[in-house]
Design a protein around this ligand. Structure first.
Ligand SMILES: [Cu+2]
Length: 302
């Protein structure tokens, strides 16, 4: 079982120079995916409850729903282990590029890329290509570790609105990794960069505020770690994705400015079931990523 992954800390890869110009439009071989519907996303800025079982939550306002992302792979369908150029274009429903964006956790866009079995996880920051004709455009090379189906979640904040999430799926060419079924972690302690990171969850129940606490201990000395560094402006970042990559929660810390030995996060899981949770932290200039799989009970479970 894969117990932890090293953070890919410096993920801002290059800039426009890595890309061929898009020219006058999408080439014949360009792969384009449009996501018209808002993702089912949850951020700390919303608090809401399910009214009907299975109903898509609709925390977004009408104006927010009009903010769309179109995804394209100008060099064609991605292949495993090769950088695939991704372009994400933000626009209003009427086609106007969205140029007014606010920083969220120090970035204009956060991109989470997971394989549908949640074995592979990447947290990337696409590069903003500015306004003008190609306004509202972000680019990033994405390297998929193997073939198969992936889901991408892009988070961004149009000026004056909440943070929005838009999603896409892509079938990556190449041999796919042997997909193991998602199962709850046997241990909620993992090791990264000489630090033992343990997760405990309290009030774990779908539809209710749960708290996720990561505790940090030096593996050599056993002492609590108190010198975590801010990662993207906070003690850490936690992302939770449901089995099958349907739901994503971008969870934010309660004690954002702390430096250890605990990082506490608040999350409301929309439904019961399995969730994979990635915690990303930084110490001594090095990123640390740990992941665990939790089963979130639903109130119907009794
Ligand atoms: Cu990010």
């Amino acid at each position: 079982m894969e117990r932890w992954k090293r953070a890919a800390a410096a993920l801002l890869l290059g800039g426009a120079g890595l890309f061929a110009p898009l020219g006058s439009g999408n080439g014949a071989q360009a792969a384009v995916i449009d996501t018209m519907a808002p993702a089912r996303s949850h951020t700390h800025t919303h608090s809401h409850t399910h009214t009907h079982e299975g109903e898509d939550e609709a925390p977004e306002t009408e104006e927010e729903r009009s903010k769309l992302a179109s995804w394209s792979w100008p060099e064609g369908v991605p292949s495993a282990e090769r950088p695939a150029k991704l372009v994400i274009r933000l626009r209003d429903r009427d086609g106007t590029p969205i140029d007014g964006l606010e920083l969220s956790h120090e970035k204009l866009m956060h991109l989470i890329v997971v394989s549908k079995d949640l074995a592979s996880f990447q947290h990337l920051h696409p590069v903003y290509e500015g306004g003008g004709e190609g306004g509202g455009e972000f680019r990033i090379p994405v390297v998929f570790p193997s073939g198969g189906r992936y889901k991408l979640f892009a988070g961004f904040r149009p000026t004056g609105l909440n943070e929005l999430t838009r999603t896409a799926e892509i079938e990556v060419q190449g041999p796919s990794a042997s997909g193991e079924a998602l199962a709850p972690s046997e241990s909620f302690s993992a090791s990264a960069n000489g630090v033992e990171i343990a997760l405990t969850a309290a009030h774990l129940m779908a539809g209710m505020p749960s708290s996720l606490t990561f505790a940090f201990r030096d593996e050599q000395t056993g002492k609590p770690v108190r010198d975590l560094e801010p990662y993207l402006g906070a003690i850490g970042h936690v992302i939770a994705i449901s089995e099958g990559a349907q739901e994503m929660l971008h969870v934010h810390p309660v004690n954002a400015s702390a430096s250890g030995p605990q990082a506490v996060f608040a999350a409301t899981f929309p439904k019961g079931g399995l969730y994979k949770i990635w915690g990303q932290f930084q110490r001594g200039g090095e990123g640390m990523t740990v992941s665990f799989v939790l089963r979130v009970p639903s109130q119907e479970d009794g």
